[in-house]
Design a protein around this ligand. Structure first.
Ligand code: CA
Length: 230
């Protein structure tokens, strides 16, 4: 399934263990994902009808139905939604069942959230090969989905427009990006661009990325250059 790299990644977590579900909600939320929860296979089907997520986290031991049966039905219907199965450590047969049913990956509980994040990114990347790798400059890291920027202290809150401008600078780190190029980036968002628009965004971005070992240098008459501070 393809997805636009600028949107937030929506995940549906199907998990009946409320402790794990809450942990997923909290930790994945902290990483910038938007999580919805379903605690039964039936609730999952309803959620999937309501809105298609970018990825499904599927516990295989659900109260009303086996998760792998639900997955088999989805695949039989031609649904290519990326799926990561969550399986219990003491039930290796579940893992095999999940993969046979069409899971893209699986994770054994209890799992490490950093590992889950890496697997989510890998599965999404495989699902859409146009999605580039993450970009790291100084203490800043643009996730492979291009929707989330991390600094030394975690997720950096940016507006979509700030993200557009900063993405362009990050992906061209060490090179001058002209004002015309940045203007073009914002025009793609139907932004009304006045004389000072780019200056205003760069000013805001500088403020937000402070303390992450990165600077945006003004190159008079040309544009801006982002680089790691030596
Ligand atoms: Ca369960």
């Amino acid at each position: 399934m393809g997805y636009s790299p600028i949107v937030t990644i929506r995940i549906l977590a199907v998990e009946d263990d409320s402790h794990i579900a809450r942990l997923l909600e909290r930790e994945l939320g902290r990483l910038g994902y938007v999580l919805r929860r379903a605690d039964t296979a039936a609730a999952a089907v309803q959620e999937l009808r309501r809105e298609t997520p970018h990825l499904l986290l599927l516990d295989l031991g659900l109260p009303d139905r086996d998760g792998s049966d639900l997955l088999r039905d989805l695949r039989a219907a031609g649904d290519t939604l990326p799926v990561i199965c969550l399986t219990a450590r003491d039930r290796p047969v579940e893992r095999v069942g999940g993969l046979r049913a069409g899971a893209d990956d699986y994770l054994v509980k209890p799992f490490d959230v950093a590992e889950l994040d890496a697997r989510i990114q890998a599965v999404l990347r495989r699902a859409d090969r146009a999605v580039p790798q993450e970009v790291v400059v100084g203490g800043l890291r643009l996730a492979a989905d291009e929707a989330r920027l991390f600094g030394i202290d975690g997720l950096v809150a940016l507006t979509p427009r700030e993200l557009h401008v900063l993405r362009r600078l990050l992906k061209n780190a060490g090179r001058v990006v002209t004002k015309a190029q940045l203007t073009e980036t914002l025009a793609a968002l139907n932004e009304d661009i006045g004389d000072k628009t780019i200056e205003v965004y760069v000013h805001r971005i500088r403020h937000k990325i402070q303390g992450n070992g990165v600077e945006i240098v003004t190159v008079r008459g040309f544009g801006y250059l982002l680089r790691a501070i030596a």
